[in-house]
Design a binder for this molecule. Structure first.
Ligand code: HEC
Length: 146
């Protein structure tokens, strides 16, 4: 991991630590705007996760095809925590809505920490974007290129 990435991750971890006290909001905005979700994903997730097909793992696992699957089941080769491996949770919008606020409240002991995505509409948009990043699309919303 490069020094710069390390510094940014450390800063994220610090702010995520400060946010641990916050409650989790079960509400989600809607309908999600995948194009805006892609912009938010770049700001909030891409430091650790690449979303595109064939992309490699980073600080977190590559996320292509994660939407709708059982956690850790895609054979990414990422070194997941035992807690997440044992969780058996499926990445539905409801679960993702909690995950991107406070991962440990969904599965205690997991390795992902992030500053919570506090706005319900932002969460809906990020989840709509994740839904486009999979081969198993039923009704993919439009997404910007690049
Ligand atoms: C600081 C790094 C970091 C950030 C920022 C981050 N993640 Fe993660 N993410 C991780 C790690 C590490 C794991 C693996 C957790 C474990 O094994 O316990 C993970 C796991 C996941 C998984 C489970 C994947 C699977 O294969 O089951 C999803 C989905 C996910 N993250 C989505 C997101 C989204 C969406 C965002 C942005 C809102 C985000 N993450 C931000 C590090 C991060």
């Amino acid at each position: 991991m490069g020094l710069k990435v390390y510094a940014v991750v450390s800063a994220l971890l610090l702010s995520a630590g400060a946010a641990q006290a916050q409650a989790v909001d079960p509400a989600m905005g809607g309908p999600g705007d995948a194009a805006h979700g892609q912009v938010l994903f770049k700001q909030r997730c891409q430091l650790c996760h690449l979303p595109d097909k064939g992309a490699k793992n980073g600080v977190g696992p590559a996320l292509w095809g994660a939407y709708g699957t059982v956690a850790t089941s895609r054979g990414t080769g990422f070194a997941y925590s035992d807690k997440l491996k044992a969780s058996g949770i499926v990445w539905t919008p409801d679960k993702l809505n909690i995950w991107i606020q406070k991962p440990a409240s969904l599965v205690p002991g997991v390795k992902m920490v992030l500053p919570p995505v506090t706005q319900p509409q932002d969460r809906a948009d990020i989840i709509a974007f994740l839904k486009t990043e999979t081969d198993a699309k039923d009704d993919p919303p439009a997404k910007k290129k690049g």
